[in-house]
Design a binder for this molecule. Sequence first.
Ligand SMILES: Cc1cc2nc3c(=O)[nH]c(=O)nc-3n(C[C@H](O)[C@H](O)[C@H](O)COP(=O)(O)O)c2cc1C
Length: 211
Amino acid sequence: MTLADLRKEYRHASLNDADLIGDPISQFSRWLDEAIKAELAEPNAMSVATVDADGRPSSRIVLIKGTDQRGFIWYTNYASRKGQELAHNPHAALLFHWTELERQVRIEGRVEQLSAEENDQYFHSRPLGSRLGALASQQSQPIDSRAALEAQFDEAERLHGTAPARPAHWGGYLLRPQRIEFWQGRPSRLHDRLVFILQADGHWQQQRLQP
Ligand SMILES: Cc1cc2nc3c(=O)[nH]c(=O)nc-3n(C[C@H](O)[C@H](O)[C@H](O)COP(=O)(O)O)c2cc1C
């Protein structure tokens, strides 16, 4: 078996205009719910793609922590590589692939930081170890050794005990979507692709794309 021979037919489901519920954020929430109910591994994992000052892209997986009518939320370190790239260029792309459901969702838009109140509320809902970890790690910076990282964690624990405050460099991002595409695998590579593009007047224009 070579890589060129690895292929499958997609026949799990279909996606037609009549299947859609209202706006694309509600449709996304329905697909995410279905991925959670199907007990997929990490259904809330998504790729976040950003670009650097020279327009060179990079991507990484993060966990989505909320959706509402504004858009899509995740939490991270604002001083990380992605944080620095977003500070320079707030355009980003999110990608979900729910393999077993033969589904992909592509989301593009502008990103902004959440308010200090929202950040504090989520930070304090996290387990203590995660809160201390956020204090201990200068995400994306080099470090000499694993032992040095663990020493930074111990130091954070010693300084902050069981009630660490949220560090200013840690918080959430909200991506306000401008384009959302739903992809459902179909037989013979005739996949369903329905894309929603936000118009200047605030309504979503819907199109079917060729696979
Ligand atoms: C399943 C999974 C979930 C992750 N969730 C997060 C997350 O929610 N927030 C985060 O900052 N990094 C998360 N990471 C780590 C990121 O992929 C990445 O290593 C980190 O954010 C640093 O990226 P950067 O250097 O491009 O800023 C996750 C990684 C994996 C594999």
